[in-house]
Design a protein around this ligand. Structure first.
Ligand SMILES: Nc1ncnc2c1ncn2[C@@H]1O[C@H](COP(=O)(O)OP(=O)(O)OP(=O)(O)O)[C@@H](O)[C@H]1O
Ligand SMILES: [Mg+2]
Length: 337
């Protein structure tokens, strides 16, 4: 649905050039919810704004639904952009207009006849769960409700793609969850491809199929969210994951351990199979659990356990190779003392 090829965006400022996006190549499939994470200044918004040409890329190509947007100008570009909706952290509703008028405004811009328009707006309000707020002004709405209006407005022209720039960053955790559920519903029921940028890994874990991690304008890691959680390659990926599932062992605890401390990660079905208890039973090894959880990512279990192993060195080695044979990943966090 979206092909980004060697895309760069260089900003010219009075202090010189700033590389907002640096040679990014990505492919986002139709019907996906694709997450882009990175710290502030990583280039997430710059990349997202290039996708609908709010920002014109300095170089590279960008194809959305088969059209190279960088080659379009004027009316052709305007029409292509109607098929890409966008929502923002701060909603950007028009405060002097009612909820109805805010949504209708997007349809007026597309010259939709007025009879059709009112049906469409009512349907959109229904879709986002705000039918009863039709005639109120944005100032009378909560943050979550404002974002729902912004979503309805973004969907007004039946877009194929919805771009979300930190759409939940101004919301509390419960409201965030309800907006993420709404995005999931839109993705599934309307088959809209969603590209979502965020600095919260939780958001990605909740609804994205695939993801990219950006740093200094570049994509430094990319792939299925599950695989990145299971086998992160870069330190930055590990850092983001630790913000959601943290398996650090406090120093005082680590110092009191004499056996090796290992982290065992099980992927997929095997996560629930009790491999660890099995292992501890079969070998002369005791496990002192320091952390443990089964995370569900896109409904697939990922089991992560951190434990100190106690026993004869050879027996521990045999136990660890047994675990590895069961398709688990074993990482020694601290050697035996
Ligand atoms: N209009 C602009 N003019 C000059 N530099 C810009 C402009 N927009 C962004 N930049 C620079 O480009 C880089 C990437 O910025 P961008 O806003 O894309 O980051 P971001 O990942 O979205 O950050 P945040 O999480 O804070 O929103 C930064 O160094 C920023 O200062
Ligand atoms: Mg940004």
């Amino acid at each position: 649905m979206i092909q980004i090829q060697n895309l760069s965006k260089i900003y010219k400022t009075k202090n010189g050039e700033v590389n907002g996006v640096d040679n990014v190549t990505l492919s986002i499939e139709k019907g996906e919810i694709y997450g882009i994470v990175g710290y502030s200044g990583a280039g997430k918004s710059s990349l997202l704004r290039c996708i609908n040409l709010l920002e014109r890329p300095t170089s590279g190509h960008l194809t959305v639904d088969g059209k190279d947007l960088t080659l379009l100008r004027g009316e052709d570009l305007r029409l292509a952009r109607l098929k890409i909706g966008m929502i923002f952290q701060h909603f950007y509703l028009i405060s002097q207009k009612t909820v109805y008028e805010n949504i209708a405004f997007a349809l007026k811009a597309a010259k939709v006849p007025s009879k059709e328009m009112s049906i469409r707006v009512e349907n959109l309000l229904e879709m986002v769960g705000l039918a009863d707020k039709r005639d109120v002004y944005p100032s009378q709405l909560s943050g979550g409700q404002k974002q729902r209006v912004a979503i309805a407005r973004a969907l007004a022209n039946n877009p194929k793609v919805l771009l979300c720039d930190e759409a939940t960053s101004a919301l509390d955790p419960t409201t965030t969850k309800s907006i993420l559920n709404l995005l999931k519903k839109i993705n599934q029921e309307l088959n809209i491809t969603i590209v979502l940028i965020t600095h919260e890994m939780n958001v990605v874990k909740e609804i994205c199929n695939r993801m990219a991690i950006m740093q200094d304008g570049r994509v430094i890691e990319e792939g299925a969210v599950y695989n990145i959680f299971a086998r992160p390659k870069t330190d930055l990926a590990k850092e983001f994951i630790a913000s959601v599932v943290n398996f650090d062992v406090p120093d005082t605890i680590a110092k009191s351990c004499t056996g090796p401390i290992v982290k065992v990660t099980f992927r997929g079905k095997v996560a629930g199979e009790g491999v660890i208890s099995d292992t501890l039973q079969q070998f002369q090894v005791k496990g002192n659990f320091l952390h443990g959880s089964i995370e569900y990512i896109q409904e697939l279990p990922l089991g992560i356990f951190v434990m100190e192993l106690k026993g004869e060195e050879d027996e521990i080695k045999r136990a660890l190779s047994y675990i590895k044979e069961r398709d688990a990943q074993v990482e020694v966090l601290q050697d035996a003392i």
